[in-house]
Each structure stands twice: as structure tokens, then as C-alpha cells.
Design a protein around this ligand. Sequence first.
Ligand SMILES: C[S@@+](CC[C@H](N)C(=O)[O-])C[C@H]1O[C@@H](n2cnc3c(N)ncnc32)[C@H](O)[C@@H]1O
Length: 269
Amino acid sequence: MTASQAQTWHHGLVARWWAEFNLDGPEIEYFRRFVEAGQPALDAACGTGRLLVPYLLAGLDVDGCDISPDMLARASERAVREGLDPPNLYAQALHELDLPRRYRTIFVCGGFGLGGHRAHDVEGLRRIFEQLEPGGTFVLDNEVPYADVHLWQYWLEENRADLPREWRAEGDRRVGSDGAEYELRSRVASFDPLSQHATVEMKAAIWRDGRRILEEDHVLQMTLYFTHEVELMLRATGFVEIELRAGYEDRSPTSEDDFVVFVAKKPLA
Ligand SMILES: C[S@@+](CC[C@H](N)C(=O)[O-])C[C@H]1O[C@@H](n2cnc3c(N)ncnc32)[C@H](O)[C@@H]1O
């Protein structure tokens, strides 16, 4: 895989699903305080604007970027629907980030480790560092690898013999604003514990009157990172004053937490 071939499943019907059904969550209030404390801010891997649009509505100065033009189109549509000017959105992968502005805050919510391999993520952190103003703050959340029970079992060799998994007959279904039913089904295709890299496949469908009328296939490449690994990667990039917090609360993380949030600074000089 070359640098520009990062691959995520957040396109087409998956982008539509995000725009329809992923509108809230504790992350919105949690990340907001960092944006309020340092603008302009960049929502990196902003998706359909779950965090970005509420921040813009509150008058905060935030741009967005994401690898998926479909996710960005949904974000822009939502912003305009809610009475805002079209936001500054850039279709760029994190490892190719190159934007006209420097930011006092950059945050990544749910987007780290997606799309490619370890080298992409190392370069992504370097680009984020470059894109920050000196003294700027970087905030990143990371789901710990043992939080996902489906994926965790494939660290064991005997379980990897089952890969790729069979498709489930039925996935998660939700009724959209157009009255159609949207369905997502995913399966783990492969997992390599040495590189900590997984390939996960998705079938996204629309159902009407009990019939599946459209189906799309998507693939997500992802690398899983442990907490101290991310801390070391941030340090190696040049970040300082790295703090670890339980997601999405103001306390230190424990072994019971599924998400760890990293708050780090770019040095002043
Ligand atoms: C789980 S969604 C989170 C979206 C948004 N941050 C939120 O919390 O609602 C992950 C997002 O990361 C984007 N993404 C995946 N890989 C990426 C990459 N390598 N560079 C930039 N964006 C990426 C996807 O297109 C998707 O919009």
C-alpha cells in the first residue's frame, strides 16, 4: 500500500449512516473546552461534523479535514441546513495534511489509526505537529485494543484460523429520515498481531418494503495502538507535556476505560 492508498469505509451509504444516526455523544462536550481555549482549531478526521457543526453554531473558529469527500459533503450540507456558511473543509488524509492555516488546537476524535498502516500514522502525527502553532495543543482519543471483544480474540493464533469471518445474515438496521431502512454489517477479514493491523469489511445496504434495494461493499484498514505506544509516538514526534485522561472525563485512565485521551503541546520554540 502506498501513502495515497489509505482505505476507509466512510463513503457512500456509510457516510449517509453517519449523517443520519451519529449525531451525539459525550465527545462533543469533552473536546469543546479545548477548542474554546485555543482558536483557530482543526477537527482532523471530522467526518460528518458531529463535533464540528455544534462548535461552528457556537461561534467557534474551526476548520475540518477528512480523507472522505462523502463525509465532508454531509458535514457541509448539515452546516448549511443549520444556517451556517459552508465551513472550511479539506479532503486530505492525515498523513497528507497540508493546510493554509496554522492552528492553536488540533483534535482527532475517533480517527487515529484508521485508513492505513503504522507509517501513515507516524507521518500523520508529524503533519499535525507541523500544522500547529508553537505552544498549540493537540488532543487525540484512542480506543484501547482490548476494548473491542470481537477483534481482541484474533490476537490468539488459533482464533485467526476462523478469518475471514462469515457474514452475519442481518446487521444493525435503522430507519432513515427518508423512511428507508439502512443496514450495516461488518466482519473481520484479517488481523496481524505483529503489525497490530486489521482489515475489516462492511456491507452497507438500503431496504424498502422488506427488500434490499441497494448494497455497497467497503473496506477499512486500521492499526490498533496501546496507550504507552501512543504516548511514545507523540514524544517521538516532538510533543511535550503529554497528559493521559480517561475518555471522556477529567481523571486519569484506569484499566477499566475503553478510551484514553492524550493532551499534548507543541513546544513554544
Ligand atoms: C469514526 S469516524 C469519526 C468522525 C468524527 N471525528 C466524529 O467523531 O464524529 C472516523 C473518520 O475518520 C476518517 N478517516 C479515516 N481514515 C482517515 C485518514 N487516514 N485520514 C483522515 N481521515 C480519516 C473517516 O473518513 C471518518 O470520517
